[in-house]
Write a protein that binds this ligand. Structure first.
Ligand code: PMV
Length: 336
């Protein structure tokens, strides 16, 4: 445990939260402002039941001695401070307004997930969402969901969406996400998460986005086009129509990657097995199965379908790729 020795002396609060990752149907890729971490494109996502990140936070008032450096441990490994500094700065700024007497303190966080981190499975979305909730719990302050969403966004823009259950959106240039439909909107909707590789990605999404923004000749078109895809997708989701939504989901991730492939140097997260799964989805669609794939900053592939086709899809996957792990998720709830 971490609240021992010096840390116990000024101990003043503990918070805990469990959050689910946010998987985008319409992708955010590119920043309108890299300091504020504001997205350049709108995104539409589903919060995933079944995958989760649990985070504990201890806040201790500084007493003039002992270690006062904030520390975050993921799966027991101390993380680079820099990654969390802007988030903790914003958290302190929010607290200054709510609890002016509570200013000199150290934050320690421990986090673990039931899926691999930094491998393109949206661990930063559930990670920063859980951290935002656990921090406010540890400080004993009530922050609205929108404020928590904006705080989580500082760490990772997709995390802004993880603050809400069901289907969510984060508009371009906006500070917090919003819920479009709750987790009961489309009871038959299923998401199959395929774990093709456990290794952490070679290039962070933050770095890859900037590389794409600065060097890809297609970047401006991608940003413009994503607004069109977003509007179409919102309507299809409102009608719970996978036949219309599926092809839009597909355009969004493929156009995002086309923009990345054209960067200099190119950003290539795909692995041969990723393409293998994409081709298998094409085959299944040709046979009349409504299955639509997407990918993020990593080699994993995620599939969207409805409950009645899940069994067929899983057996096809098992027959062609017996070694890959598949998890079937439903739309999940907000953090607790
Ligand atoms: O929020 P970040 O920095 O982890 O970036 C997420 C980027 C994508 O997963 C590729 C797309 C998205 O909207 O989640």
């Amino acid at each position: 445990m971490i609240n021992e020795g010096n840390d116990r002396r000024g101990f003043s609060g503990y918070g805990h939260s469990t959050a689910h990752p946010s998987l985008a149907l319409i992708k955010y890729w590119g920043k309108a402002d890299s300091v504020e971490n504001l997205p350049a494109t709108p995104s539409l996502a589903v919060t995933l039941d079944g995958l989760k990140t649990e985070t504990s936070v201890w806040i201790s008032l500084n007493t003039g001695s002992g270690n006062t450096a904030d520390a975050v441990f993921i799966e027991g490994v101390l993380q680079e401070k820099k990654r969390f500094e802007p988030f903790f700065r914003e958290f302190r700024r929010l607290l200054e307004k709510k609890k002016p007497d509570f200013s000199d303190f150290t934050i320690k966080a421990e986090s673990s997930s039931n899926f691999p981190a930094s491998a393109g499975l949206a661990s930063s979305s559930s990670g920063f969402a859980a951290l935002a909730c656990a921090c406010s719990g540890a400080a004993g302050v009530e922050l609205s969901r929108d404020v928590l969403s904006a705080l989580a966004r500082i760490g990772s823009a997709s995390a802004a969406r993880s603050l809400y259950g069901g289907f969510t959106s984060l508009a371009e240039g906006k500070r917090h996400a919003k819920q479009l439909f709750n987790e009961n909107w489309w009871p038959e909707f299923r998401i199959i998460i395929l774990e093709l590789e456990k290794k952490p990605k070679e290039i962070s999404s933050r770095k890859a986005m900037e590389q794409t923004r600065i060097t890809s000749p297609y970047y401006n078109s991608w940003v413009k086009d994503s607004v069109v895809l977003m509007n179409e997708a919102e309507t299809a989701l409102g009608n719970r129509n996978l036949e219309i939504l599926g092809p839009i989901i597909r355009k969004s991730y493929l156009r995002m990657f086309a923009t990345m492939f054209a960067a200099d140097p190119p950003v290539i997260y795909w692995k041969p097995i990723s393409l293998g799964v994409i081709r298998l989805c094409e085959e299944m669609r040709a046979e009349g199965i409504s299955v639509w794939e997407t990918m993020d900053a990593g080699p994993q592939v995620k599939l969207f379908c409805t409950e009645n086709e899940t069994g067929k899809i899983l057996s096809r996957l098992e027959a062609v790729f017996p070694d890959i792990r598949a998890r079937v998720c439903t739309p999940g709830s907000a953090p607790v």
